[in-house]
Structure formats: structure tokens, C-alpha cells
Write a protein of this length. Structure first.
Ligand code: SGN
Ligand code: CA
Length: 535
């Protein structure tokens, strides 16, 4: 068959010089699909108890699923900066959303691929504060973007498109593949969805898809942190404490006279009617109101009459959150399917790497929370599935620890581009070989900075190995937490001060020291950032 293949190559190579180059090199195309805040638990190839995602699952079954995939800083901008630089936040300079501005003059994945003959494009969420660099084509949301009829910055020009964000981003991706890319070059395409980011606005076609589903309350839904520490207790991301009637729960009017009334912040109270609903066409708005208004009236009635207790109401809020969140994911999954089908129908699937990931995980009610930021499992982890026909065996499962610093070197390796020395991640293509490498990392490093900030999650850094996790919270507190993940997978009992764990504390501090040395980070550097107000 090698002979047959070369015969075909010779035959084809006679057609055109350029064509010959392309076939000889066989450099893969890359389609990198990333959503925003997608917890692994809401992907059926990872879990399957909450929802079905047949198209994301297709990527895993035709390729590989990574069961231990972690981020170095669980928040949007920093995670995105990390994945395009292969470096932790303290090296790429993007420590926190809003405060930081990405320095687009530095070395990035799209730039290196472009310099090595790739046609590069990004559509959807960018969120790094500065103009994208390294892309032949970019068409991105300003800031976070909107779910309905969003604005896009099309290579510099702001254009409003009609429709639902997840569909539109995929339309732009397919449109670029069809009409705008240079077919003589291999390509790298980032497809970055807004969904399932807060405030979880489903497509009108999906509004009722989880009607009648009752999602079980996850562990520690009441948020008892007596055996954890101050950082968890003081965080502001509770389903009752923090979610708003308007923006999150989709009430256009809400009562102010109840005993347990919790007012919405001014920003949320304005944003939902004026911006989020305000962007809708009257047809979209009619379908929206038709769904939410009658259901909301019932909820208000129950509370007013006293038939619904506060506790029941909080549980109802969880159901609405999950229904909306999962419905936005259903659109993401449909659109992953559209893109996979496009690649197949156009003969591109054989030579294209397809990745599906998220910028970080998300709390789906664990500890009573939504949002991310903490180094606890639900948000330290992020989904990662990848296929590359002929190179990755279908049905591969990788349990080794991968991180978002590794995506860049991995993709560069597959593209045949040398990995620069200063990159902190390591290519994990070697884990997918017939003979996987044996000297892989067995611990991972983490550092979160965005405090003071939205949701009030304190600054912390730490390490995790197969069994233990050590975290140090600093700034306005100095608290250490140690969890034995084997005995306590939900991380509810901090054993840092337990006399039985003092040997482990010492071992994990050594793991922390070694990681900080390897990645050139330290408590002193963190304090320096703080004292000099560097973000
Ligand atoms: C917005 C959200 C927050 C969310 C951040 C960061 N509030 O500020 O809940 O944590 O984005 O998200 S909202 O009221 O605007 O919905 S990130 O994914 O971009 O990091
Ligand atoms: Ca995010």
C-alpha cells in the first residue's frame, strides 16, 4: 500500500508544483474548538448523567479523551493567554481578566504557525483586551460578546449579525473554510464559543428541552465550609447569594416585598432588560417571553402565597440554572457536529486535527456554587478531547496529567514546527504514540491572581499530584489547605493541620518548591506583583 500511495502521490505531484509540496508535507490542518466555562461533567463522554453531547463524544471516540486535563489559572483571559503562549500567567503577563492587556507582540501559537506556512484564523471569543495578532483572519466578539444578535469585530470593523451566537460563530468558521482560506496552505482555525458562559441564554429552539428534568443537587449544595477555610466561606458565587433574579434567573420583574428578598445589583438589573433582551428581534423576544413569563409567574405566586419555602426556591433556582446552562451546551454540541460534517463532506477530515476543550471547568452547584477560579477539582479540570485520523488511535484514553501550557507545543509538534526553548509546556503527542513516554510529569502547578475581583476568590497557588493537593491562599489571609483526594474526593476536609498528615505536608511542600523552581514562580514574585499593582 506504501507503493500505491507513492504512485498516487507521484501522479498528483505532476498536476502542480504547489500541490506536490502540500501532499509531500502532509502537514495537518488544525480546528481548535473551545467553549467558555464548559464543565467536563456536562459532556457525555466524561460523565453522561446530566446530558448527551453526541458530537463532542464523536471526537473522543474517533480519537482520544484526556481524563486528567488541568488549567494553570482557572479564568478566561489568563487561560486563553496560556494556551497560545505555552506559558503560565506570570510568564505571559496576563494575570487577570480586565486588568491585564495581552501583549500581542510576544511569541504565540498562531504566529509560529503562520510564520511556518499556515493560514490562520479565529472566530468567536477572544477576550484578551488587545487586537488579535498572528491571524490572517479574525472575526471576534468585543469583550464577552452577546448571545443574541451579537456584534463581531470583523478584522477591525464592528458588524452586528442576526442570530444566535453559537450558530453564528460556526457559520463564520464554515464560511472562512469555504470561501476565505487559502486552499494551498494548511490551516489553523480557532472556533471559540461564548456558550455556556453566564448568563446561560439558550437558543429559542432549545428553551424547553429540559422541561420535566429534575437534576439532583450535588455534594455540599448548602455550602458548609467549616472544615475547609476562609477562602471558600468568603467567596461570592453562591446560587442564592450571588445569582440575580434578572440576568441569571430571567425575571423581567421581581418582587421586593418578601422576607428573603435579595436585591439585584444595579448593573444586572439594567443589563438583562436593556442589553440582553434589548438585542432580541421581536420574534425572538416573543418566543423568549412565551417560555419564561408564564413559568416565572408561577414561581412568584408560590413565594407570595407562602406555598414555596426559601429552601425550595433555592432548589428551583438550581434547576433553572442547569436547564439553561445545559440547553446552551446542546447548541454547542449541534454546532460541533456541523463542523465535523463539513470537514467530512469536503474531504478535510483525514488530515485535520480536531480539538474540543473549554477555557476552564465550572461549578454546577457543587458547594452551592457556579463560576470557577478555585483550584478545587471542578474548576482545576477542563475537558480535552482530540482526534487526528491515522495518528491517534480511535478510542484512546490518556490518564496522564496534561495542562493548558501543553496545547501549543503539542500542536506545533504535529505541525512539524520546532518548539521554542522558552515554552513551559511539553508536547503530549508522545503520550499518544504506540510507546508512550514514561518520564511524564506526575504533579501540576496552579496560580490564581484575580483578587480583589468579581466573585471574591482569594489569590492562591498550589500543586496537585495523583493523591494530594496543597494550596496556599495569600494576600488578605495566609492559609494553607491540604486535601487527600483518595479519602476526600470532594475536598471538604482540610487536613493541613492534622498530625497524621505532617509527613505528607512536608512532601507536598517539596513538590510545590520543585514546581515553582521549574516554572520560575515564587511567593516573592507573587508579592511583587501585588505590591507593585502589576496584573
Ligand atoms: C463576567 C461574569 C462573571 C464571570 C466573569 C469572568 N458576570 O464578569 O460571573 O466570572 O465574567 O468570566 S456577568 O454578570 O457579566 O455575567 S470569564 O469566563 O470571562 O473569565
Ligand atoms: Ca471562561
Amino acid at each position: 500500500s506504501i507503493f500505491a500511495l507513492s504512485a498516487i502521490l507521484i501522479l498528483l505531484s505532476n498536476c502542480s508544483g504547489e500541490r506536490q509540496e502540500k501532499i509531500k508535507e502532509q502537514r495537518p490542518n488544525i480546528v481548535f474548538i473551545m467553549s467558555d466555562d464548559h464543565a467536563s461533567r456536562a459532556i457525555s463522554c466524561y460523565d453522561g448523567t446530566l446530558n448527551q453531547t453526541p458530537n463532542i463524544d464523536r471526537i473522543a471516540s474517533e480519537g482520544a479523551i484526556f481524563t486528567n486535563s488541568f488549567v494553570g489559572n482557572s479564568i478566561c483571559g489568563p487561560s486563553r493567554a496560556t494556551m497560545i503562549t505555552g506559558k503560565f500567567s506570570h510568564k505571559n503577563g496576563f494575570l487577570a481578566n480586565y486588568r491585564s492587556k495581552f501583549d500581542g507582540s510576544q511569541q504565540t501559537l498562531p504566529k509560529l504557525l503562520k510564520a511556518n506556512g499556515y493560514n490562520t484564523a479565529i472566530v468567536g471569543k477572544w477576550h484578551l483586551g488587545t487586537t488579535p495578532t498572528g491571524f490572517d483572519y479574525w472575526n471576534v466578539f468585543p469583550d464577552q460578546g452577546d448571545y443574541y444578535n451579537p456584534d463581531f469585530i470583523d478584522n477591525g470593523d464592528t458588524v452586528r449579525l442576526n442570530g444566535y451566537a453559537t450558530n453564528l460563530v460556526t457559520n463564520l468558521a464554515i464560511n472562512w473554510l469555504n470561501e476565505k482560506r487559502n486552499p494551498d496552505q494548511p490551516f489553523m482555525l480557532f472556533v471559540h464559543h461564548k456558550a455556556p458562559h453566564r448568563n446561560w441564554m439558550p437558543d429559542t429552539a432549545k428553551l424547553d428541552m429540559y422541561d420535566g428534568h429534575e437534576f439532583p443537587l450535588p455534594f455540599n449544595f448548602k455550602g458548609d465550609f467549616s472544615d475547609r477555610g476562609k477562602a471558600s466561606a468568603e467567596a461570592d458565587m453562591g446560587i442564592w447569594k450571588t445569582m440575580s433574579w434578572s440576568h441569571d434567573m430571567k425575571f423581567t420583574d421581581y418582587p421586593t416585598e418578601w422576607e428573603h428578598y435579595k436585591p439585584d445589583g444595579e448593573w444586572h438589573a439594567k443589563r438583562y432588560p436593556q442589553v440582553e433582551l434589548g438585542r432580541m428581534t421581536s420574534a425572538q423576544r416573543a418566543l423568549w417571553d412565551d417560555y419564561y413569563e408564564s413559568r416565572n409567574a408561577e414561581v412568584k405566586e408560590g413565594l407570595k402565597s407562602g406555598a414555596t419555602s426559601l429552601e425550595e426556591h433555592i432548589q428551583w433556582r438550581y434547576q433553572r440554572y442547569m436547564h439553561d446552562y445545559l440547553a446552551t451546551i446542546s447548541s454547542v454540541d449541534d454546532n460541533v457536529g456541523r463542523l465535523l460534517d463539513y470537514l467530512e463532506a469536503n474531504g478535510l477530515d483525514d488530515n485535520t486535527i480536531v480539538v474540543y476543550t473549554s477555557d476552564q471547568g465550572f461549578y454546577l452547584g457543587e458547594n452551592g456554587w457556579f463560576d470557577k477560579r478555585f483550584m478545587y477539582e471542578q474548576t482545576l479540570r477542563t475537558p480535552f478531547v482530540m482526534k487526528y485520523p491515522g495518528q491517534i488511535k480511535p478510542g484512546t484514553k490518556v490518564d496522564k496529567f496534561i495542562m493548558n501550557i501543553d496545547y501549543m507545543p503539542t500542536l506545533l509538534s504535529y505541525a512539524g514546527v520546532g518548539v521554542p526553548q522558552d515554552i513551559q509546556g511539553r508536547s503530549f503527542h508522545t503520550l499518544l504514540n504506540e510507546q508512550p513516554v514514561s518520564d511524564w510529569r506526575n504533579s501540576i502547578y496552579y496560580h490564581y491572581y484575580m483578587f480583589p475581583g468579581t466573585h471574591s476568590v482569594k489569590r492562591h497557588f498550589g500543586v496537585r499530584n495523583e493523591r494530594y493537593k496543597l494550596i496556599r491562599f495569600y494576600h488578605d489571609i495566609d492559609e494553607w489547605e491540604l486535601y487527600d483526594l483518595q479519602e476526600d474526593p470532594n475536598e471538604l476536609k482540610n487536613v493541613y493541620d492534622d498530625p497524621n498528615y505532617q509527613g505528607i505536608v512536608a512532601e507536598m511542600k517539596e513538590v510545590l518548591r520543585a514546581n515553582q523552581e521549574q516554572y520560575e514562580d515564587s511567593y516573592e514574585l507573587a508579592m511583587d506583583y501585588l505590591e507593585n499593582n502589576r496584573w
